[in-house]
Design a protein. Structure first.
Lengths: 133, 368
């Protein structure tokens, strides 16, 4: 079972909401799809500049493996206030621990933030994965 | 999706299966870059059951094939193989293929994704020729063994001396107790090795026997992901990338496979391709990208911010220790050492033109 303290996008990003901020990353399934569980399979991760304003569903960065480039989509709307400084030089973190150490960005939620209906809870996300596997 | 006779075997070996050209094929069994190294340093076993296999018989077979492919078929000695292409009347390729000159027939190996298009093309042009065209893809299968240890491993399973089969030639041997198995010294990796043609029902037993025989020498099953990197390092064209309905054989550097000899007679696309060769202003080049990101098909190639070409293939290259790719660029920017840039979705990264191929093994002289 994947963590139940957060929500998921069908494009395999997760978001953990606090009162005013949201922390986002990608799921183990996303990492495995990109690099098949081989941590050396990831080659690059492009994260946004601080201060950038992203809309829910908007692409905020890219992650690239030996095989392919994939968009990173923001589950929420707001301003990027922090990016994980370790990721760029240590992509293996995403294989080792996508849920905590592998977080990608922190966003200060916009004042008009409302939870988007396409965000899935863990049960719905697990069902989505089960269909693919 | 179509399955090769080895489909279930791949799943058992832990292969990651994906759709490729209408077939469910293993893209990798382990890390792709490790698989590339395994083939360069030891040996790899490949399921090529998805490649189209066509047999052409009948008294007009050579004359027919000379009229529908670019290479000079009548000049292929019995027992030899040539690379060739099918073209549309406008000179652009429908597919690339290997032509085997057998005693009683011609054998063609074509790309999985083009099997239907190629067969339609052949049938369409066969009118007036006394030939029979047979799609042998389902009745047969194909396995490749490639790498510095490949020939030694295969020799253990064979009754004949493989050193008698020269590069781009084929012969027959008892293989794993199957008599008269067709073995060709060809491949798509830049390494020495063989491609093996089998009845579909023999595929699994030969695959398993070779894997077991070869394990002590480091033989591993290799997926299509590594195969793509191996062929790119070796500078070999892939249909849909270096060759396409918009990229012809001459600009792809494949003039060796195109014959304008008068004795060959006319062939589909001949005059158009000749004209394209005379008026062309772009060239296929190799590129290296020293940054973290490999080139990818479709990235624009730039000089001073102006587009001068396009990436057609790209990969991380474990053999060269950098990122590599191919690109079509305007002739003025094609010289090795030329500094270019690629536009990765709005961000520029430097490229350097590099001679093709990126990798070439020292070919051991073996005479037949």
């Amino acid at each position: 079972m994947r963590p139940d303290d957060r929500q998921y996008l069908p494009s395999h990003e997760w978001v953990k909401l606090d009162e005013h901020t949201a922390t986002s990353g990608i799921t183990d399934f996303a990492v495995d799809e990109l690099c098949s569980g081989n941590e050396g399979g990831l080659v690059y991760c492009d994260l946004p500049e601080l201060g950038r304003v992203v809309d829910a569903g908007e692409t905020f960065g890219e992650i690239e493996s030996v095989k392919a480039v994939s968009d990173l989509n923001s589950p929420v709307s707001g301003e990027v206030v922090e990016v994980n400084p370790e990721i760029e030089d240590h992509l293996e973190i995403l294989s080792d621990d996508p849920w905590d150490r592998g977080w990608l960005i922190r966003v200060k939620l916009s004042s008009d933030h409302v939870a988007k209906p396409e965000l899935l809870d863990v049960v719905a996300y697990e069902e989505l994965i089960a269909e693919k596997e | 999706m179509r399955h090769t006779p080895l489909h279930d075997t791949h799943a058992r070996l832990g292969g990651r299966l994906v759709e490729f050209g209408g077939w469910h094929m293993p893209v990798q069994y382990g890390p792709i870059l490790e698989e590339v190294k395994c083939v360069r340093e030891r040996a790899g076993l490949f399921d090529l059951g998805h490649m189209g296999r066509v047999r052409i018989t009948g008294p007009d077979r050579v004359r027919f094939l000379d009229a529908v492919t670019t290479n000079f078929v009548a000049r292929i000695p019995v027992g030899a193989i040539r690379y060739s292409l099918f073209c549309t009347p406008d000179g652009y390729p429908i597919d690339d293929l290997l032509v085997y000159m057998d005693e009683e027939c011609l054998r063609l190996v074509i790309n999985a994704s083009n099997i239907e298009a190629d067969l339609s093309y052949l049938y369409e042009h066969a009118t007036g020729y006394d030939v029979t065209i047979e799609d042998r893809t389902d009745a047969t299968t194909m396995i490749a063994i490639q790498g510095p240890e490949a020939v030694a491993i295969l020799a253990e399973a064979c009754s004949t001396d493989l050193s008698e089969i020269g590069y781009y030639r084929f012969g027959r041997s008892n293989l794993c107790s199957i008599p008269d198995t067709l073995l060709s010294r060809t491949g798509y990796t830049g390494e020495d090795g063989f491609e093996i043609y089998l009845r579909a029902e023999d595929g699994e037993s030969v695959w398993n026997a070779l894997l077991e025989l070869g394990r002590p020498r480091g033989l591993e099953p290799i997926g299509l992901g590594a195969r793509d990197t191996l062929r790119l390092e070796a500078g070999m064209a892939l249909y849909g990338h270096e060759l396409s309905p918009e990229h012809h054989a001459l600009e792809a550097g494949l003039a060796f496979a195109v014959s304008f000899a008068e004795e060959k007679g006319d062939w589909v696309g001949r005059d158009a391709l000749k004209a394209l060769g005379e008026t062309g202003t772009r060239t296929l080049v190799g590129v290296t990208a020293a940054g973290k990101r490999p080139p990818r098909m479709g990235y624009p190639v730039l000089v001073d911010g102006i587009q001068v070409g396009e990436i057609r293939s790209g990969s991380v290259s474990p053999t060269l220790g950098t990122n590599i790719g191919t690109a079509y660029v305007e002739d003025a920017h094609a010289a090795p050492g030329t500094e270019l840039a690629m536009d990765i979705r709005g961000k520029n990264a430097p490229l350097l033109v590099h001679p093709l191929p990126f990798y070439s093994r020292k070919r051991q002289a073996k005479t037949s």
